[in-house]
Design a protein around this ligand. Sequence first.
Ligand SMILES: CC(C)(COP(=O)(O)OP(=O)(O)OC[C@H]1O[C@@H](n2cnc3c(N)ncnc32)[C@H](O)[C@@H]1OP(=O)(O)O)[C@@H](O)C(=O)NCCC(=O)NCCS
Length: 170
Amino acid sequence: MNVTIRPESIKDWQSIWRVNQAAFEGDAEANLVNALRDGGFVDVSIVAEVGGKVVGHILFSRITIETKSETIDALSLAPMAVMPSHQRQGLGTMLVESGLAACREQGQRIVVVLGHPEFYPRFGFSAALAQKLESPFGSGEAWMAMDLSEESLNGIEGRIEYSPPFMALE
Ligand SMILES: CC(C)(COP(=O)(O)OP(=O)(O)OC[C@H]1O[C@@H](n2cnc3c(N)ncnc32)[C@H](O)[C@@H]1OP(=O)(O)O)[C@@H](O)C(=O)NCCC(=O)NCCS
C-alpha cells in the first residue's frame, strides 16, 4: 500500500468531510472539523492518502486546562477517522504517530483524547494521567491524557475548557 501522510491543504477539505462522515456514520464529527477550522482552533490536521485519495484524517485543536491558579494550554485529539474500507491496515497508527510528532515539534506539552481505550494507550495516552482533568464529555478508561514533555502534567488538577465548536455538539 502506497501511503502518504501529510498536512491537510484546502483542496482536501471535502475529502476530509467525507472520511469523517463515513467513519462515524453521521455528520457531527465532519461538521465539527469544519467548525474548528472556521473558528481558528486547529493546531495540527493531517491526512492519509492512498492511491491519490484521502482515506484518513486526524485533527488536534486547542483547549485549555483551568486549574485553581493558572490556565495551561493543551491540545485535544479529535476527531480522527479512517475510511471503513481502509481500517485496521495501520493508517490510524501512522496518523497518530505523525500527529503527535507534529505537536511535539510545535512545542506542545499535553494532549487529551476521549476514545477507544484499546487503541490510544499504545502511543502513550493514559487514563491515569487524565484522572485529575475534568472533562464535560466523559471520564473513565476512555478519557486519556498524554504528556509530550517531561512531567508537564505532574500535580496538575483542573477542568478542561473546550472551544465553542465542541460545546455546540449535541
Ligand atoms: C479508530 C480508527 C481511527 C483506527 O484507525 P485504523 O486505521 O483502523 O487503525 P490501525 O489499523 O492503525 O490500528 C488498528 C487498531 O485500531 C483500533 N480499532 C480499529 N477499528 C476499531 C473499531 N471499530 N472500534 C474500536 N477500535 C478500533 C483497534 O485497537 C485496532 O487494534 P488491533 O488491530 O490491534 O485490534 C478507525 O477505526 C476509525 O475511523 N473508526 C471509526 C471512527 C472512530 O471511532 N474514530 C476514533 C474516535 S476516538
